[in-house]
Design a binder for this molecule. Structure first.
Ligand code: NOJ
Ligand code: CA
Length: 565
């Protein structure tokens, strides 16, 4: 090749590789499915994933160094919990600059390298956009607080008290106490649904809206493929500040229970989501919602009446099934499957006790962890994993109040112990601190890291990790799992959860024994269009066997098989 040709080619390559990943692959398949409908997402809590500079806190270079691991696992996109500059009162959910990286995690250059390494490994980057509030140290709030006439005064929610020493109304912070804090200098209260250090932004101010929309564009241009939107239901408050109805009893933090009808889920939320979506669509980006809903109608609203809000509102109702209950899971799946939007399944996150503990019975936890992975990773919809779930990582809760890092754990101890337990360092190997860091990690790893870590489990074909890898590999290659419909099977069975995923005459049957006794189940798929069929095992636990259309499963056994005729 001539020198000139070579330099034109390298210039072209440089241009192409500087495109955001999202712009490179506007993927839509024959079913009209977008890239995020085929992707497996993985939440990373950056403090706890991998520590490159051995200061005891994870960082972006650490994440970059683990891209190959994530690729081999079968992950297509990582959602990184907030890594922006922050005083870390709520470990990043108090942002003091939306367009930068906290020095503890690295630099913008490190971020760019992470995006590039992700691209090499086919992994997109999703950031966490804390839309409801900033940090009280954000320049916007510092200015807002400086005087009643400050340029940013109306960027936050300021009100006069009801009377001397009385907040404007009875709204309480979800992290304890009144949601209003008095600023003595200007003698007004500001509103914070979360910690005192997390003042709510005033989304009724169009200038705030513009600043926040522009922030998303700024990150899309930097190669981000979407956002997980934090706390979307708290964006707006009733401007009349009507008191919330008081309910009997007190919550874990000692505050009166209230029905939060005047400061949550206001209809205006949907106008903002539409605007965020319009911007996201320009970059083929995805919006994932932290959408706590109590029924399917509420969840449906988040997709938007014309598929014009969130593509991926998380279905947290699924996570509230905290027991291995096939009837309850069937009910939840049927609802979200019929809702019209694309289902989004999650079993763990940084705010919730790990699935290993929630579903585990104390004796068969590994088997149950394998089963839960095989379950939600084979449903129709997009799964969002939580780091370490693939290892069977367990909660390591603090035993003493003085060890608690999460402020709500200190306020609410011992009834509310906080969220440290589910945020401990990723377990890479059997070395000190599970290979996360040579320094003392910010949170301790549980003793079980010696057996539950990437190195150990990679060598064991029956480990939780091996099950996750096998199922994820199948999910990426099997058409019925990629694009197929979901149909519940044997719906009266109280113990074995089973279903069929079928696509263009091909089908995969999944049978999961959610009980502690061995079970034999028979299937008749004639009604589903698969008469006189047999089953060929694709992924199964060691005690599972198949004969014709009969499947035998050991306690908590898994069988995933192709339907053959
Ligand atoms: C939800 C986040 O997941 C949680 O960790 C955080 O404390 C609150 N939103 C406040 O941002
Ligand atoms: Ca570090």
């Amino acid at each position: 090749m001539s020198k000139r040709c070579y330099s034109i080619l390298s210039a072209l390559l440089a241009i192409v590789s500087s495109f955001p990943l999202s712009a490179q692959s506007k993927s839509v398949d024959a079913e009209g499915h977008k890239w995020w409908q085929h992707a497996v997402f993985y939440e990373i809590y950056p403090r706890s994933f991998a520590d490159s500079n051995n200061d005891g806190i994870g960082d972006l270079k650490g994440i970059t160094s683990k891209m190959a691991y994530l690729h081999d696992l079968g992950v297509d996109a990582i959602w990184i919990s907030p890594c922006f500059p922050s005083p870390q009162v709520d470990f990043g959910y108090d942002v003091s600059d939306y367009e930068n990286i906290d020095p503890m995690y690295g630099t913008l250059a490190d971020f760019d390298s992470m995006v590039a390494e992700g691209r090499k490994n086919g992994i997109r980057i999703i950031l966490d956009f804390v839309v409801n509030h900033s940090s009280d140290r954000h320049q916007w709030f510092v200015d807002s607080k400086s005087s009643r006439t400050a340029a940013h005064r109306d960027w936050f929610v300021w009100r006069d008290g009801k009377g001397p020493g009385q907040p404007p109304n009875n709204w309480t912070s979800t992290f304890g106490g009144s949601a209003w804090t008095l600023d003595p200098a200007t003698n007004q209260y500001y509103y914070h649904y979360f910690y005192v250090e997390q003042p709510d932004l005033n989304w009724r101010n169009p200038v705030v809206e513009k600043a926040m929309l522009d922030t998303t564009t700024w990150w899309y241009k930097r190669g981000v493929s979407g956002f997980r939107l934090d706390a979307v239901d708290t964006l707006f408050e009733d401007p009349k500040l009507t008191d919330n109805p008081v309910l009997p009893g007190k919550n874990k933090l000692g505050d009166p229970n209230t029905e939060e009808i005047h400061n949550k889920k206001l209809p205006e939320v949907h106008d903002v989501l539409k605007k965020l979506r319009a911007v996201a669509d320009q970059s083929d980006a995805v919006l994932i919602g932290e959408t706590w809903t109590s029924n399917i109608d509420e969840l449906k609203e988040y997709y938007g009446s014309h598929d014009n809000e969130l593509q991926m509102p998380m279905d947290f109702m699924f996570t509230t099934v905290d027991k291995l209950s096939p009837p309850e899971f069937r009910r939840q799946i049927a609802q979200v499957d019929a809702a019209g939007g694309w289902p989004v399944f999650v079993i763990s996150n940084h705010d919730k006790v790990r699935s290993y503990n929630r579903y585990g019975d104390g004796k068969n936890n590994d088997a149950i962890a394998r089963l839960m992975g095989a379950f939600y990773l084979t449903l129709r919809g997009t799964p969002i994993m939580y780091y370490g779930e693939e290892l069977g990582m367990e909660n390591n809760d603090p035993k003493r109040k003085e060890d608690v890092k999460d402020p709500i754990g200190r306020t609410g101890w011992p009834k509310e112990i906080g969220r440290d337990g589910e945020r401990t360092p990723m377990q890479w190997n059997s070395d000190a601190n599970a290979g996360f860091s040579t320094a003392k990690p910010w949170l301790p790893v549980p003793p079980s890291y010696k057996t539950h870590n990437v190195a150990k489990e990679s060598d064991d074909p029956n480990s939780v990790l091996s099950m996750y890898k096998k199922v994820l590999a199948l999910r990426h290659t099997n058409e019925a799992l990629i694009d197929g419909n979901y149909a519940a099977l044997n719906e009266d069975d109280p113990n074995v959860m089973s279903y069929l995923r079928s696509y263009k005459g091909k089908a995969v049957l999944v049978a999961l024994n959610m009980s502690s006794a061995s079970k034999k189940v028979s299937f008749n798929l004639a009604e589903k269009g698969f008469g006189s069929a047999g089953l060929k095992s694709l992924v199964a636990t060691p005690g599972a066997s198949v004969k014709g259309m009969d499947v035998s499963l050991e306690p908590y056994g898994v069988f995933i098989g192709e339907v053959v005729r």
